[in-house]
Design a protein around this ligand. Structure first.
Ligand code: MG
Length: 391
């Protein structure tokens, strides 16, 4: 498993205002929120932990605004101490790999995270970095004393990824020294560190100008023109038969009948799976999971939805909204609605925008006793899903 460690224990207030820059607002959320969310939303990252200053607990709670993260770890007086304490705090989770990231780099892209993780297949360390483009001068008293060759020079960014045990050992061995990044700690400890291509937008917010630039970039990124937004629908029906419960929306509901089908007959998840597949033109559920295939007999339909979500994730897609209408007379849906929302949001977590469960909606209606649903012969569900794909 790969865990992300977000370093947010600094007290820098140069970006203006009274509070440290990682807690300043950026496009309506804290800078820290955006940084943590970038990793939370990445399918290869299993968990995210933030290192905070002990005085910032209340700021932290407000800043992460419901993001599902590991409990925060208290940092130390220097960045290097904070990272070491953060790494030690992850010991009981024993991740195979850790990506260390500055909270003040909220515009880290999925591609940069991908490249960093991928490089860890070849080396115990890998960092995002960008080649130096400007000519570099050395100066003293306002005069140039030398021109520094820029070939082979890189500007280090984060994430900086490492084999967890190796970087923890390096930090423990070098505790108390003051090195400017984790790669320097790794290098000193003899670990090979690979350079992967970072991104100019993955800059560190330090000044008020940086914050304004990040705001412009984020707004541009979220503008509809920057995305390919697609909505698709799905529809499914299953009939009632003998049984004592129905599977609906990923949960079991006690009932005097069951829904009949080749799988567990979760008509709601089937409709939603089709809607998701529709957003990327990936056919329908029957093509992916043929009812003639014995593998899917009695299958948990959650895996169908998770598969569709993986296909959307593979396209770089994010689920903006999912909406279900369950059409039946019985069972009553209202008492179970919230559990269905939570279950579906959980299944879709890898693609759910902002990890925000309010982006999942479950509604119910009857047909006033008319038609097959009115005669209680079965349940119909219609679903709509909206995804955002990279433009
Ligand atoms: Mg079906």
């Amino acid at each position: 498993m790969t865990t992300a460690l977000i370093v947010a224990a600094g007290r820098g207030v140069r970006a203006g205002g009274e509070m440290p820059k990682q807690y300043r607002l950026l496009a309506g959320r804290s800078v820290l929120y955006h940084s943590a969310q970038a990793f939370r939303a990445h399918p290869a990252i299993g968990a995210v932990c933030v290192v905070i200053h002990p005085d910032d607990r209340a700021l932290y709670e407000a800043a992460i605004d419901g993001l599902a993260l590991l409990p925060p770890v208290h940092g130390g007086s220097e960045r290097q101490d904070s990272v070491r304490l953060g790494l030690e705090g992850l010991a009981r989770h024993n991740p195979a790999r850790v990506l260390i990231h500055d909270a003040a780099r909220p515009l880290v892209s999925r591609e940069v995270i991908d490249r960093t993780i991928e490089a860890l297949n070849r080396a115990p360390g890998a960092i995002a970095a960008v080649p130096v483009a400007d000519t570099l001068k050395r100066g003293a008293a306002g005069r140039i004393t030398a021109t520094v060759p820029r070939a082979e020079l890189w500007r280090a960014q984060t994430p900086q990824g490492f084999d967890y045990a190796a970087i923890r050992a390096a930090h423990q061995a070098l505790a108390g020294e003051r090195m400017t990044d984790d790669a320097a700690v790794a290098e000193r400890h003899g670990l090979a560190v690979e350079l992967v291509t970072g991104d100019e937008d993955n800059f560190k917010i330090t000044t008020a100008d940086d914050l304004a630039r990040a705001e412009r970039l984020m707004r541009a990124r979220d503008a509809p023109g920057g995305w390919d937004v697609r909505t698709a629908t799905g529809f499914d029906v299953h009939r009632f038969g003998p049984g004592e419960r129905v599977m609906l929306g990923g949960i079991a509901i006690a009932h005097d009948q069951a829904l009949i089908g080749h799988s567990d007959a979760d008509v709601a998840l089937h409709a939603l799976t089709d809607a998701l597949l529709g957003t990327i033109g990936a056919g329908d559920i029957g093509q992916h999971f043929p009812p003639t295939d014995a593998r899917w007999r009695g299958a948990d339909s959650a895996q169908f939805l998770e598969h569709a979500a993986q296909l959307v994730a593979a396209r770089g897609g994010v689920l903006v909204h999912a909406d279900l209408t369950i059409i039946c007379e019985r069972p009553k849906i209202a008492p179970h609605r919230q559990r269905m929302v939570e279950r579906i949001a959980g299944l879709l977590a890898p693609i759910l925008a902002d990890s925000d469960a309010s982006r999942v909606s479950v509604k119910a209606t009857t047909t006033e006793g008319l038609g097959f649903t009115g005669r209680r012969e079965g349940i119909a569900v219609q679903a709509a899903a909206t995804v955002r794909l990279p433009g």
